[in-house]
Design a protein around this ligand. Structure first.
Ligand code: ADP
Ligand code: MG
Length: 326
């Protein structure tokens, strides 16, 4: 496999969804393996501290090291717990299994983990998160400004996805208010950042603008720098692709955040079959619709020279890769 040096800057993508079962782990694993097969160096991280299962998507039954070894200080760094896969470009950090209490890791441990995740050397670091909107999940999503949100077409899933983004923005602005008196004062006065209220960033911005131009600009920058991405998964009909677009519009209007629609993945029996066999579907069924969708998503994610590749090339790369996994 050739080493692809086109991308120098490291990308960290945390993959979240409002709730469990949206397809976060399957998508993380298949994006990871596809990127590694294309020649990029990838580290997959299972940060679902409640129910880690990313290793099962990569045919690893009993990981020899897990995040537990790091979180309980048995090893000094994350490099020590990188697991090999049949592809040299792809490493896995498996989630902790034995210590269930870890879903509530302490703040300091979490910060240490985040620091070390940011230090990992690879072109792409894909961090698979648990469902829900615990502070852990929000903070891991904020590892970079480019987290990926996986949503399903059901109305409930869209509400969950929107409220996840709302909470991420809330968490970002809350961190900012700690050092900014003006915003803190406006928020205290209006109760604007209370979690259960309808949270319209546009209104909050207007209020702040009247008080302090500088603070208004800084908030604008925080919102501008945040570039979350959306994948609609388990799509059954064309109209459901558009539901993703509605989420994009809603996010722009109420949260003042640009959500980039990366693409969709159809509901596909091949995904279910390969999951049962603990194998990535892009390797088992490179021709299937879901593999085609993953290819399109990769094009949208990294562009560059992948932009010119045809699906025929991609299928060939996946078939060659699959031989190493037999
Ligand atoms: N596009 C799809 N088509 C069919 N089944 C899918 C698709 N995406 C995910 N699944 C199935 O949904 C289930 C949950 O996926 P998983 O990735 O474990 O979800 P999460 O990590 O979000 O909890 C798995 O059984 C998986 O095979
Ligand atoms: Mg999962």
């Amino acid at each position: 496999m050739t080493y692809n040096s086109e991308i120098v800057k490291k990308k960290v993508w945390a993959v979240a969804g409002g709730k469990g079962g949206t397809g976060k782990s399957v998508i993380s694993a298949n994006l990871g393996i596809a990127l590694a097969s294309l020649g990029y160096r990838v580290i997959l991280v299972d940060a679902d501290l409640g129910a880690p299962n990313l290793h099962t998507c990569l045919n690893i039954k009993r990981p020899s090291f897990t995040l537990n070894d790091f979180l309980t200080n048995r090893v000094p760094d994350l490099k020590s717990i990188l697991l090999d896969t049949p592809n040299n470009n792809l490493k896995l950090i498996s989630g902790g299994i034995e210590l269930l209490g870890l879903a509530n890791i302490h703040y300091q441990r979490k910060m240490k983990l985040i620091r070390h995740l940011n230090k990992l050397g690879a072109e792409f670091i894909i961090v698979d998160l648990g469902g829900g909107t615990t502070y852990n999940t929000l903070d891991f999503f904020n590892l970079s400004n480019e987290g990926i949100l996986v949503c399903n077409p059901e109305p409930n899933a869209r509400v969950d996805a929107y409220s996840f983004l709302k909470n991420v923005v809330w968490r970002k602005l809350s961190a900012f208010t700690r050092n900014n008196g003006v915003l803190r004062e406006v928020i205290n006065r209006t109760n604007y950042l209370q979690e259960n209220r309808i949270f319209e960033v546009s209104k909050l911005l207007e209020l702040v603008k009247n008080e302090d131009e500088n603070c208004f600009r800084m908030m604008g920058k925080i919102l501008n720098d945040f570039k979350p991405k959306l994948i609609m998964n388990k799509v059954r009909r064309r109209s459901q692709i558009d539901e993703g677009k509605q989420l994009v519009i809603l996010t722009e209007e109420f949260l003042k955040v640009k959500l980039e629609y990366l693409g969709y993945i159809e509901i596909d029996q091949h995904v279910i079959d390969s999951t049962e066999r603990m194998m990535p579907f892009v390797l088992e069924y490179p021709k299937c619709e879901a593999s085609k969708n993953i290819f399109q998503i990769i094009k949208n994610l990294i562009g560059g020279k992948e932009e010119e590749k045809s699906f025929r090339h991609f299928k060939k790369d996946m078939r060659i890769e699959a031989r190493q996994w037999k």
